[in-house]
Design a protein around this ligand. Sequence first.
Ligand code: ZN
Length: 154
Amino acid sequence: MFDDLRDLYQEVILDHGRKPRNFRRLEDADRSARGDNPMCGDRLELFLKLGPDGRIADAAFQGRGCAISTASASLLTETVKGKTAEEAHALSDSFRELAMTGTCPHCQAALEEEMERLQPLSGVHEFPSRVKCATLAWHTLNAALDGAKEASSE
Ligand code: ZN
């Protein structure tokens, strides 16, 4: 990877880690789930508000975690808005592939724009212990969509 790109990605992660977007409780959430990554100590709660058409109208999270888990949750809340549950699951699968391998050959073309926004986290595949930090919010998203209350990075 070019150094400039690596610096840019680093900047995105630090920015979202320090100033997470949608960092709040959604009091009228239709779905929520808690996520726990004991390996690093990351804990978060994710909230989803569904619109009348079943699409995700709003997403937010709260919790404490390292910069990578916080940045990933922040980017998640920005990229899942407007998605159906099925699309959100597909995005979650794609992101986990990106985090584990650094690329996403199986990603749907329809998700290209979202995957580009999540690209800054692709570097975690070089650090296996941090992959769970990056994927925690996405496991929690799946749990919330499936009506489960807890998700673990294990
Ligand atoms: Zn972490």
